[in-house]
Design a binder for this molecule. Sequence first.
Ligand code: ADP
Ligand code: ASP
Ligand code: MG
Length: 394
Amino acid sequence: MKFGGTSVGDVERLLDVARRIVAAREAGNRVVGVLSAMGHQTDELLDLAQKISLRPKPRALDMLVSVGERITCALAEMAIEDLGHHAISLTGSQAGIVTDTVHGKAKIVEIRARRIHEALDEDRIVLVAGFQGVSTEYEVTTLGRGGSDMTAVALAAALGAEACEIYTDVDGVFTADPRVVPQARKLHAVTYEEMLEMAASGAKVLQLRSVEFARNHGVKVHVRSTFSGEEGTWIAEEDERMLEKAMISGVTHTREESLYTVGGVDAGRLFGALADASVNVDTIIRTGPDIVFSAPDEDHASIASTLDALEGVTWSARDDLGKVSVIGAGMKSHPGIAARTFATLADLGIESPVVTTSPIKIACYVARNEVERAVSALHHVFELDTPVAERSHA
Ligand code: ADP
Ligand code: ASP
Ligand code: MG
C-alpha cells in the first residue's frame, strides 16, 4: 500500500492512513506500506537547497530530500503502535533497496528483502520510506520525482505481493487530468502500454519508470483514492474487453518539456553525451542536418552544459511549447484518429509545429498557453466525457 504526498499531507491525514493500514492488517493481510513525504515537503527541501547553493552537490541533495519520506514513516510507526499493532519503519537502505550510483534518478538494481520478510514473520506492519535507496557505493540515492511509486512497485515484485495499491488524491486514472478537464472520467482498467504512454506524456498519477517496472515484472497495480473505499483503476495486460469500447483511453498533456534544435554534431555523439549525463530524451526528429529532440525541463541545466561541452555544436531551445497527446490501444485498429486530432486543433486555430506518433499515441506540440484548450477539445471530440469512455471490464 503506497500513499502519496497529499494523502499524508497533515497529522489528521497521516493518522487516517495509519488506521487504513491497520484495517488491511486486521483483514488478514501482511502489509508493507510505502509512504511519501508529507505534502510539498520534497519541493520545500529542494527550494531550501537552492537558497544555499546554485548547483547543489547531487550527493548532498539526496541526503537532504530523502529525509521527507523518513519523517512520514517514523510518524506512521508511532501512530500504528498506538493503534495496538507492531510496526517498523525502514529507510530505503534498511529495506534493502540497492540502486546504481546516479544521484537524483537512481535505478534499482537489487532488492535484498530479508529484513522485510523477517519483520513480516514477526507479525509487524512494515513501513518503507519511498523514493530512496542505497547505492552499490553505500551512498543514499533517490529514484527521481514521483519515485515512491517505484519503491512500491519494486517491493511488490520482490515480495510477490498480490497487488500494488497506489493510494492517491484522485479516484484513479482518468481520461484526462481531472484538474484540467472536470468532465474527465475514471477508467476502470488501462493496459500497461497505455499507462506507459500516459505517464510518459504527462499523466503524473504514476511515475513512468514504475509503470515500466510493473509491466516487466507483471505487477498488478491498482490506483485508487486514499479518501474513499471505491475501486480505482487497474493497470494490467491487454484484454479484448478493454478494446471493444472506446478507441481512445485518454488525453494527456505536459507543460514541462522543452524542444532543442542542434546542429554540427552526429547523432551518435550527441545522444551518447546526453545519455552519459543521464538525460531522459523523449522525442527525436531528424529530417535534415539538424537534430531536434525534447526532454524534461528539469534536465535543462545538464542538457545546456552537455551541449556547450560538445565541440562545434550550435544549439537553441524552445520552452514556449507544451505537448498534448491522444492515447489509446484501440488506435491500432481504427484509422482516422490522426485526421480527427489535426482537424480539431485546426478548428481551434492552434498550430502544431512538431507531431510524433507511436502505434497507440499521437503527440502534438502546441503553444504552452493553448495546452488546456487543446486538451479539452480533444477530450470532447473523442467522446471521453461520456460513459463509453470508462471501459468496464469486470
Ligand atoms: P501522489 O502524491 O499521490 O503521488 P501525484 O500528484 O503524484 O500524487 O499524482 C496524482 C495527480 O496526478 C492528481 O492529483 C492529478 O491532478 C494528476 N493527474 C494528471 N493526469 C491524470 C490522469 N490522467 N488521471 C488521474 N490523475 C492525473
Ligand atoms: N516525495 C517524492 C516527490 O515528491 C517522491 C514521491 O512522492 O513519490 O517526488
Ligand atoms: Mg506521485
